[in-house]
Write a protein that binds this ligand. Sequence first.
Ligand SMILES: C[S@@+](CC[C@H](N)C(=O)[O-])C[C@H]1O[C@@H](n2cnc3c(N)ncnc32)[C@H](O)[C@@H]1O
Length: 201
Amino acid sequence: MGDHYFSATPTAASRPGSVRLHTSGVDLELATDAGVFSGSRIDRGTKVLLDSAPMPPVRGPLLDVGCGYGPIALTVASRRRRLPVWAVDVNERALGLTRSNAEAAGLGNVTACRPDEVPADVTFAGIYSNPPIRSGKGTLHELMLRWLPRMAPGGRAYLVVAKNLGSDSLHRWLEDEQGYPTTRLLSEKGYRVLEVAPREA
Ligand SMILES: C[S@@+](CC[C@H](N)C(=O)[O-])C[C@H]1O[C@@H](n2cnc3c(N)ncnc32)[C@H](O)[C@@H]1O
């Protein structure tokens, strides 16, 4: 069995590299490594999300679910330097890279940690994610049900999912089965960006 990017502790030998991320108003050089998601280039879905997802309509902490080496967390942290940005992942190597990338970029507003280290009383104005679709529907749904209820009133979640990996079925599940008002913001290059609002009370 090969090593997976979502292992908690990747066994792949370290192969440090770097990628350049350029998206409106943000230019970052990010350190990467073997054993983390899309370590040799910025994932196309991630780029589609960063080029299209707005800031949420209300102000408050932001969250990147499944941060990898940090392209999404660091972009939103650069765009909103005064807001706390939480970056969670289960892959320790990815978390280490997000921490050092945030430090190198002077982004003291980023906290990279395991999901269970986020204090229970923090709610999020904005949740951004290129979620771990390949971990399976069960994991994906668990992740959604763990973090979407933590959206602040008026908050939004922005998710990017490849069309051929089930973006439409995720959309239906969120909206029809879970009651989260969900809008397709964009369909581009084989990816869909979904905007999810809190459940109506
Ligand atoms: C598709 S990758 C996206 C990585 C990064 N955000 C990017 O855009 O390059 C999904 C990430 O989710 C992480 N992941 C898998 N299961 C998770 C879980 N239960 N909680 C948080 N992150 C998880 C993986 O380790 C991986 O880094």
